[in-house]
Design a protein around this ligand. Sequence first.
Ligand SMILES: *[C@@H]1O[C@H](CO)[C@@H](O)[C@H](O)[C@H]1NC(C)=O
Ligand SMILES: *[C@@H]1O[C@H](CO)[C@@H](O)[C@H](O)[C@H]1NC(C)=O
Ligand SMILES: *[C@@H]1O[C@H](CO)[C@@H](O)[C@H](O)[C@H]1NC(C)=O
Ligand SMILES: *[C@@H]1O[C@H](CO)[C@@H](O)[C@H](O)[C@H]1NC(C)=O
Length: 352
Amino acid sequence: MERRGCGVLQMFALTLLWVSVCPQCCRASWMWLAVSPPEQLGCADLPLSPRQRELCRKKPFVLPSVQDGARLAVSECQNQFRHERWNCSTREDRSVFGYELTSGTKETAFIYAVMAAGLVHAVTRSCSQGNMTECGCDARLRGGGSSAEGWHWGGCSDQIQYGTWFSRRFMDRDVKNMSTSTGGYTLVTMNQHNSEVGRQAIDGTMSTDCRCHGVSGSCAVKTCWRTMAAFERVGVYLKELYERSVQVSDRSKRKTRRKEMQRPPVDKHRLIFLNKSPNYCVADRRRGIAGTRGRSCNRTSSGPDGCNLLCCGRGYNTHVVRHVQRCECKFVWCCFVRCRRCETMNDMHTCK
Ligand SMILES: *[C@@H]1O[C@H](CO)[C@@H](O)[C@H](O)[C@H]1NC(C)=O
Ligand SMILES: *[C@@H]1O[C@H](CO)[C@@H](O)[C@H](O)[C@H]1NC(C)=O
Ligand SMILES: *[C@@H]1O[C@H](CO)[C@@H](O)[C@H](O)[C@H]1NC(C)=O
Ligand SMILES: *[C@@H]1O[C@H](CO)[C@@H](O)[C@H](O)[C@H]1NC(C)=O
């Protein structure tokens, strides 16, 4: 267990709370690499658990990819949630996402899925670019294809096995039984399930790309390779899973109403959560929730970014913002471009 990061919690919380929350805060703190990178990337200086540190020592060459993966995941989380009440904001300290990291809500589910997927993506990229000795392009496809149909495998097919393996080893504990039909889930097994959903998302969004050869683009011969989707596509997919996530029973709570709960098994294409989310409308300092006051909203949208939903019915303020742009640019012989300055007035709406 990481001691440094737990000191503060230890002071304030009951022992019980400490036992249940502390391993979570510390295990996840590698995500901190995304928000506040250290000057030097070394296994000893990072907020890693003993397990992670050991893996880091054995494979220090993966560390830059861990950082890339963390950044990729955090920025995609913020992209997917930019119009939502919870906007995936992070803080500089090691709790990174704060309350959402340990709340066991569907936001926690998304965070774990996207972070695990980010690791797979970044490590695999590095494999494909030939930066690692332990992995490379997928050689199994080489030589295959169909000459009758005029294509063959070639180039570099992304091989996600190593990245997937690494993501599991790095993020998961050795918990063999993820769920049992009687016991329900704990925060640890919930996180582990959702991380696996994230890794499967990389697998499930892979596609085949081809390039044509032949006289003037006749496409007589095609070279094809397997490629991971752009990470944004993975983000879109995980966001859909977030919308359809299911609540599962919490092992530590005896009285859970059975009817509301999805019975196991929950497959690897569903995100699960233990606790209902707060509505994120009003500020809650204890949980570090900012509330939606001051957020800019869209007056005409009926989606989550619409003023009605985003402002939780409190209404909005309208300000006029002046935009100055270069416009009516003309090329003047020779050789410069002359523009005019144009002003536009736009309405901007922010939640009350
Ligand atoms: C999220 O919204 C808050 C205002 O509620 C804002 O201060 C913050 O910058 C936003 N974060 C992101 C990542 O957009
Ligand atoms: C691979 O290594 C090169 C040279 O060190 C570096 O510029 C590049 O960013 C690396 N690529 C990945 C995906 O890590
Ligand atoms: C998982 O749990 C089932 C039933 O509780 C048990 O039969 C099985 O041996 C367990 N597996 C492991 C790997 O612990
Ligand atoms: C506001 O929402 C409408 C309808 O969804 C959309 O057409 C428009 O582009 C949005 N405006 C902005 C500034 O995002």
